[in-house]
Design a protein around this ligand. Structure first.
Ligand SMILES: Nc1ncnc2c1ncn2[C@@H]1O[C@H](COP(=O)(O)OP(=O)(O)O)[C@@H](O)[C@H]1O
Ligand SMILES: [Mg+2]
Length: 608
């Protein structure tokens, strides 16, 4: 009798289910694995059909090289792969798959059907597996290629099924995965249907830029800068958002290395560093960046579902990515002043009059010249006690969380009767001014954003949000999976003065906007709103729901950095801010001003 042991080798059925747990955590990850396989098989067209976010059915059909019957049977066994035969191969892998785990793992947790045929075969093969090894192998009519059907994912692992999210959530992950595959291979035609409706259809195109256009549409692409850069063995291609159009959300932020969509902190970090001071707090760059790098410099086998890679020289990658993006941003931002003034017809600077009208500016108020002299002559504030301590506190007040809308509005609590004397605009970004007896450098965007927000908020509280019809209704496209979300929020948005109507599958027309806001980039506004709505459900009170939306409206409605402002505009916005009681931050928590009291200036210059 063999000695009694407590350690046992797990039967294949159990080890497959365990492996499945690492590789297949939701319908989207099944689709990712199947797309990888279809692409590895050299397919020129891939169709993905899903029902109920993939919980009920996932079907991926390709026209790739197909499998012989013997290969198909092998493919469904663990560690069976055609892509790797020695450990050296792993060092220069050029296919998406190589671990030979996907098909058996998926088959272990679903009702699995595979139909496949090689190009020259007259009859194909059907394999059936129901939550385990292949149970049946049959002849089956099939055009060349492979079709895999997954029904009732996790039917035999109720624990996992419980973790599946709503159909909308699962489907939005699915959309994302298919889009990523489409980006990786512009020369392949991709089609996705959900509950028998075509969600997108991207015919094969000749370049990455064309594929990006199919994915993101002209509106977003107009705000993107093309990235094209090569340094040593690293090539960087793709798009990154113009520095003045950064967003409140992180989507899209796509990173590809040698065609593989991955998460990578080195590259993300390099992207954020490239934006540097272009990136206001709470805003994020959006981008799609594709790196080509010698496969020997990248370890792709560090994550079961191949979602991460490791670079042999992360510092080099960091430097190259940062430089690729930085160069383009700098080139653009240097050009911006003239470009913005002449081309951007929606720019705020083109409506000084309407801005002035909306905010009750009238001719008599424009007596900047005389108040200047008055202000200059008085200097009693210089010795007011405790002023410098206050300045120190103010410099350290700016440590809010990203993207949070601040319920309580801290204010400087200065005298609301202070006179404002504008000294000028700096770098098309800051208003330099004297406010009362203080010297201020004010961020033109955050100050305007705060003023607009306060007014919108007040008018919403008083139920008096006035909306203004657009002369020409503005069509806006949204990503297919967010259309339903937006649709469900339309009544509430209408109560905020933003009237929209659905227009086809995933497009809307914007009919009116809050009158306070005037002209702006409506597509960007709707995008920000969609980002807000994504969080919508988790917020309990109506107030918490409304504030982020008003903050997005204010942010989009406010003058952006990079716009020239004329003196009366600057004066007006600062006076409005003074009237609002000098709030210290914009609704997203970013600092409005840097201020020095006379006392502080005197200290700096050692007058006292
Ligand atoms: N759509 C497909 N077309 C052709 N061959 C396929 C397809 N899907 C899977 N295969 C074959 O099955 C094998 C196993 O697939 P998989 O379990 O995903 O492992 P891997 O992709 O890591 O090799 C692949 O190596 C490939 O030879
Ligand atoms: Mg695979």
């Amino acid at each position: 009798m063999p000695p009694e042991t407590t350690i046992r080798i797990l039967p294949e059925s159990i080890s497959c289910q365990i492996a499945a747990g690492e590789i297949v955590d939701r319908p989207a990850s099944v689709v990712k694995e199947l797309l990888d396989n279809s692409l590895d098989a050299g397919s020129s067209m891939i169709m993905v059909d899903v029902v109920e976010g993939g919980k009920r059915l996932i079907r991926v059909t390709d026209d790739g090289e197909g499998m012989t019957r013997a290969d198909a049977q092998l493919a469904c066994q663990r560690f069976a792969t055609s892509k790797l035969s020695s450990i050296e191969d792993l060092l220069s892998i050029s296919t998406f798959g190589f671990r030979g785990e996907a098909l058996p793992s998926i088959a272990a947790v679903s009702k699995f059907r595979l139909v496949t045929a090689k190009k020259d075969e007259s009859v194909g093969t059907l394999l059936i597996a129901d939550g385990g090894p292949v149970s049946s192998v049959e002849d089956h009519a099939s055009s060349p290629g492979t079709r895999i059907e997954i029904k009732e994912l996790f039917f035999n692992t109720p624990g996992r099924q419980k973790f599946l999210k709503s159909t909308a959530t699962e489907f939005s992950h699915m959309c994302h995965v298919v889009q990523q595959a489409a980006l990786a291979r512009p020369s392949t035609h991709f089609r996705l249907t959900h509950n028998n409706h075509v969600v997108f259809d991207f015919p094969a195109v000749g370049s990455l830029q064309d594929r990006l256009l199919q994915l993101y549409g002209t509106k977003l692409m107009d705000l993107m800068l093309p990235i094209e850069f090569e340094r040593g063995a690293v090539t960087v291609q793709g798009i990154a958002i113009h520095p003045y159009h950064t967003r409140t959300s992180r989507t899209p932020q796509e990173i590809f290395v040698n065609g593989r969509s991955i998460k990578n902190s080195t590259i993300s970090h390099a992207m954020y560093e490239a934006y540097g001071s272009f990136l206001p707090k709470g805003r994020h760059p959006v981008f799609a960046i594709l790196l080509e790098i010698d496969p020997r410099e990248v370890d792709v086998n560090v994550h079961p579902s191949k979602r991460e890679v490791k670079f042999s020289e992360p510092d080099v990658v960091h430097r190259v990515v940062k430089e690729a993006v930085r160069r383009q941003l700098q080139r653009k931002s240097a050009m911006l002043p003239t470009e913005d003034l002449h081309i951007q017809e929606k720019g705020w600077t083109h409506q000084p009059k309407s801005f002035v009208d909306q905010r009750g500016f009238s001719g008599q108020d424009a007596k900047g010249g005389s108040s200047v002299d008055r202000d200059q002559s008085s200097g009693e504030m210089a010795t007011s006690s405790g002023a410098s301590k206050k300045v120190v506190q103010l410099f350290s007040q700016d440590n809010h969380e990203d993207g949070v809308v601040h319920e309580a509005r801290a204010s400087y609590g200065l005298d609301p009767d202070y006179t404002v004397r504008v000294l000028g605009q700096m770098s098309l970004t800051y208003i330099v001014a004297q406010v009362g007896e203080e010297f201020h450098v004010v961020d033109q965007h955050t100050v305007h954003e705060r003023v607009l927000f306060e007014r919108l908020w007040r008018s919403w509280l008083e139920k008096k949000v006035q909306s203004q019809a657009l002369l020409i209704p503005e069509p806006v496209d949204v990503q297919p999976h967010t259309a339903a979300l937006l649709q469900s929020a339309l009544p509430e948005l209408a109560s905020l003065g933003l009237e929209m109507e659905p227009f086809g599958e995933s497009a809307f027309v914007l009919r009116s906007v809050p009158a306070l806001l005037g002209q702006m980039d409506y597509a960007a506004l709707v995008q920000d709103l969609v980002d807000d709505l994504t969080e919508w459900k988790s917020l309990d009170s109506i107030e918490k729901r409304i504030r982020p939306i008003l903050a997005s409206m204010a942010c989009q409605g406010a003058v952006q950095a990079g716009r020239a402002m004329v003196e009366p505009e600057m004066k007006l916005v600062l006076e409005d801010w003074v009237k609002e009681g000098f709030p210290m931050t914009c609704p997203h928590g970013r600092r409005v001003t840097m201020r020095f009291s006379m006392d502080e200036l005197h200290r700096i210059f050692r007058r006292i």
